[in-house]
Design a protein around this ligand. Structure first.
Ligand code: GAL
Length: 691
């Protein structure tokens, strides 16, 4: 017994300990709550960090509309919610801890008089859980209630309702999650914001850059700048330059005129203290110009209605000073608002629209158009202008309607090299729509129609008139892709034509425009380019600039795609505010060479693997440029072995164009390619046949 007592005691102690542990566990469980018993909380959407949301315009607002007003949907007011602008997306990490989400959704009354349309969608772990259907202004707030049991990631999305995102002021009001055991939720933006530079600086030894082929019409004044990177001073020489032309050995500027039709093969040399570079420049004197997509700058995406001759000259200076000019950037294009306006309150935009003889009178900010053109030419650059075939431009300035010949002659007299001709109020001419609709609303409504001849007529008129001028003027047709412009753009002497609506510096805008390019791709060729609109990198903002809202990876993707598309490359930012990241994006000669490739083919999407879209562009030297483009929100990390599907054969050298680095050889039949493509990012590779 004596011996047993301690044993029993031990047993007894163990028993008590075990019971106590069980008791503690039970009470612990009761305190913390098992999933079914845990405490439920109401977590309001407006209590979360909404800055992770991306949206088409403005910034995400708590308890206010995107314009900062109190919420009002079809006359009913609300106090709490998330005010946004389509296309918008907010990702909330619910991690299985939310039971449900409920809200009312709608379009705010603050856009009265406009025609917004939007669709609200809730996705859970990649599946659509609810959709509002397309909603319009004046629709009563629509309730939504979804179960989120077990769901880890919720996306609150607002799409544009099918008519663009104009005036889509949208909101999720009285929006809340019922959560289990947690009192807040994390929002999340999966695309990183920190800029990173991929491209090494050009070396000090000379390297010729820019277009390898240049088109001019017989007899036209000739201006082409030979460009190179490398330390300055640089000396340029040319072998076999036609006698009608001369090369300025200090600047590289070739000028002259009266060249006869024919093909000229010129050897260009660039020499500096570090060495010599040599390359062939093909000059094709014939019917066609813009043999590679135009590259330059346009005032609209930064200055919009605030453009002036002074700002344009400063942009040109910045093009030179920043060194962009050494990479082939050429045109300095003045967009809308160089003309007088019919209803602006700004006195510098008011004045005689035309003189007694009907000649257009530029507004007071553009007193000397010829002087401006001369100044830009003096810098080795070229200059462009803007007008509309209708009576009014999109901004309500005077258009060319019934003065086409006078205007075309004026552009040539002043020395302009490029005209963007923008549909806008021409819809009024056809439909007799109200005169006081200077903006795009009426022309938008026309977009559905396919009255082909009517659509072609005003562009044919101006295109033919430009051809009659004694200088080459690149003709940029701007009517947002109506009536399949790519099928007839060449017949009106168009050199490029917009294929889609206006771009904005948002992921949705760039993505949607990119996805719409394949249909017109077969029509791209030297002298004819599909134009997905201007670049939205750097400080942009249509009169009130801010850093582009595109994330760094989205910007790499944007520039890669536009180069693959053989698109006109028109920088849209404030040139005096170029930062290192933006300069890096715009000065990679190997990427620019993809855009400027003389074969003039446009890439198309050849293969899709989930969110990865693979674009392939055939190049003149027999190699291929390939963009592995990730349109999704997760990094793509895979081994790719479908090169044969991209039309490749044999053994190939693979070069990473953004990093300007060879990454090895691959055998198409047996080889595998490791791909790591960031969310909304790109790998831009060139595959060269191995000899
Ligand atoms: C739009 C055009 C823009 C800009 C603007 C000027 O229609 O697409 O790129 O030119 O007009 O008012």
């Amino acid at each position: 017994m004596k011996d047993m007592l301690p044993d029993n005691l031990e047993h007894f102690k163990r028993l008590i300990k075990r019971s106590l542990t069980t008791l503690l566990l039970i009470s612990g469980a009761m305190l913390s709550g098992s999933p079914s018993q845990a405490q439920t909380n109401t977590v309001w959407l407006d209590q979360l960090d909404l800055s992770a949301a991306t949206q088409g315009y403005g910034v995400p607002k708590k308890n206010k509309t995107v314009d900062g007003r109190a919420f009002s949907i079809a006359g009913r007011t609300f106090e709490r919610g998330f005010g946004s602008h389509a296309v918008s997306m907010l990702t909330v990490l619910t991690e299985g801890k939310a039971r449900s989400f409920s809200a009312l959704v709608g379009i705010d009354d603050e856009v009265k008089g406009q025609k917004p349309a939007a669709e609200f969608v809730i996705n859970g772990d990649g599946k659509q859980l609810w959709s509002s259907g397309v909603m319009h202004l004046g629709d009563a707030a629509k309730p939504c209630q979804v179960s989120l049991e077990g769901i880890k990631k919720v996306e609150l999305v607002v799409n544009d309702g099918g008519n663009g995102d104009y005036y889509d002021h949208v909101e999720w009001v009285d929006a809340k999650f019922e959560t289990i055991g947690v009192s807040t939720l994390k929002t999340y933006d999966p695309v990183p914001s920190t800029p990173y530079v991929l491209t090494p600086k050009p070396s000090a030894s000379p390297k010729l850059t820019g277009a390898k082929v240049f088109g001019v019409r017989p007899g036209s004044p000739f201006q082409h700048l030979v460009t190179a990177t490398g330390s300055k001073p640089m000396t340029f020489t040319a072998i076999n330059l036609p006698k009608e032309l001369k090369l300025d050995s200090r600047t590289g500027l070739i000028t002259g005129g009266a060249l006869k039709a024919g093909n000229y093969t010129v050897t260009i040399k660039a020499k500096n203290a570090k060495g010599v570079a040599q390359r062939i420049l093909r000059i094709k004197c014939g019917d066609r110009i813009a043999l590679t997509p135009p590259m330059g700058w346009n005032s609209w995406n930064c200055f919009a209605h605030q453009v002036s001759a002074d700002k344009v000259k400063r942009a040109a200076h910045a093009m030179v000073k920043s060194g962009l000019i050494d990479h082939g950037w050429t045109y300095i294009n003045v967009d809308d608002f160089w003309e007088n306006n019919r209803d602006s309150k700004d006195s510098s935009l008011r004045g005689k629209l035309r003189d007694e003889a009907g000649n257009i009178v530029p507004n007071s900010r553009f007193k000397d158009m010829k002087g401006l053109a001369d100044a830009i030419h003096g810098m080795g650059l070229k200059i462009g202008l803007y007008s509309s075939p209708g009576p009014w431009t999109c901004g309500g300035c005077v258009g060319s309607y019934e003065h086409e010949q006078q205007d075309a002659e004026a552009y040539a007299r002043w020395g302009f090299d490029y005209l963007k001709y923008d549909w806008c109020s021409y819809g009024n001419v056809i439909d007799g729509m109200p005169e006081n609709d200077p903006y795009k609303v009426s022309s938008l409504s026309y977009r559905g129609g396919d009255r082909l001849n009517t659509a072609i007529k005003p562009f044919k008129l101006m295109g033919d008139l430009l051809r009659k001028q004694p200088r080459d003027i690149v003709f940029s047709v701007c009517q947002y892709g109506m009536s399949d412009v790519w099928k007839w753009g060449d017949s009106v002497n168009g050199n490029c034509w917009r294929t889609t609506n206006d771009i904005t510096d948002t992921w949705t805008s760039v993505k949607n425009i990119a996805l719409a390019q394949d249909r017109s791709a077969p029509y791209a060729k030297p002298g004819n380019w599909n134009d997905p609109d201007m670049l939205v990198v750097g400080q942009v903002g249509w009169g009130n600039t801010h850093p582009s809202k595109l994330k760094p990876d989205e910007q790499y993707l944007h520039i890669s795609l536009w180069s693959l598309f053989a698109a006109p490359l028109l920088i849209g930012c404030d040139m005096e505010k170029l930062d290192a990241f933006t300069l890096n994006l715009l000065t990679n000669d190997e990427v620019i060479d993809i855009d400027q490739d003389p074969l003039g083919k446009q890439a198309t999407c050849v293969q899709t693997i989930g969110d990865l879209r693979i674009y392939v562009k055939q190049l003149e030297d027999g190699s291929k440029a390939v963009g592995f483009c990730n349109f999704g929100l997760e990094q793509v990390d895979m081994t790719y072995h479908d090169l044969a599907k991209l039309g490749m054969k044999g053994r190939l050298k693979v070069r990473d164009l953004w990093r300007q680095k060879d990454i090895g050889n691959v055998d198409v039949r047996s080889g595998n390619l490791k791909l790591k493509v960031p969310a909304h990012g790109v790998l831009l590779y060139k595959f060269l046949p191995k000899v």
